[in-house]
Design a protein around this ligand. Sequence first.
Ligand SMILES: Nc1ncnc2c1ncn2[C@@H]1O[C@H](COP(=O)(O)OP(=O)(O)O)[C@@H](O)[C@H]1O
Ligand SMILES: [Mg+2]
Length: 223
Amino acid sequence: MRNAQIRASGVSLFYKASEVILSEMNFVIYEGDLVFITGKSGSGKSTLLKALHGAIAPAEGTLEVCGTKFPTGKESAINKLRRKLGIVFQDYRLIEEWTIERNIALPLIIAGYDQKRINDQVERLLNHVRLTHCRDRFPQELSGGEQQRAAVARALSHNPMLLLADEPTGNLDDYSTSLVLELFLAINQLGKTVVIVTHRMPLDLRIKYRHFHIEKGRVCEIA
Ligand SMILES: Nc1ncnc2c1ncn2[C@@H]1O[C@H](COP(=O)(O)OP(=O)(O)O)[C@@H](O)[C@H]1O
Ligand SMILES: [Mg+2]
């Protein structure tokens, strides 16, 4: 039996009580799953991801992510969870003043790894996302697709068990989109759980992977 990595039980999310964004969510995501989440703009996709990384708390119900239960009164619980997660955003969010190499190393620097371990890990990741030739460049000197691959490498650098991505290909051309998607599939092949928010589910992946769709404040799984 596979272990549950994310379990939502009767979860509702809102920013103000008068406007519930997502209600009564019940789902389980298992270790090693790859799940696509779709829905129209404004339907609540980013809100759901925010709840998954502890940025907003459930107003009702409980949400368990990598062993951390929300709502939690403890700030330390959120920090503990963040060490097990990697997050990729649509707008990359790389540090402009830092080289690509240093950007990728950021989570390792925060975690206090020694320099040798940081170097080895960054080397491996640069290779994995095919950016070794860009290591000394700054984000502005890379294409959108290259920046997003750097952001994926950074999200993976501390070896997270769960990778969350919010419209990671939203700003990319077809070529970079397929490169980044391939990267996510490869990461999933290594046994990592991956949750990808996207405005459109790639047709050819529908058969193989789970698909949650958000509509009118409800999440339903498309079989
Ligand atoms: N910080 C916020 N405060 C209040 N309302 C918000 C906030 N962020 C998003 N919303 C609202 O929540 C709804 C869902 O937004 P969002 O989750 O960003 O949608 P999506 O990612 O699917 O486009 C929208 O109506 C949006 O206006
Ligand atoms: Mg969004």
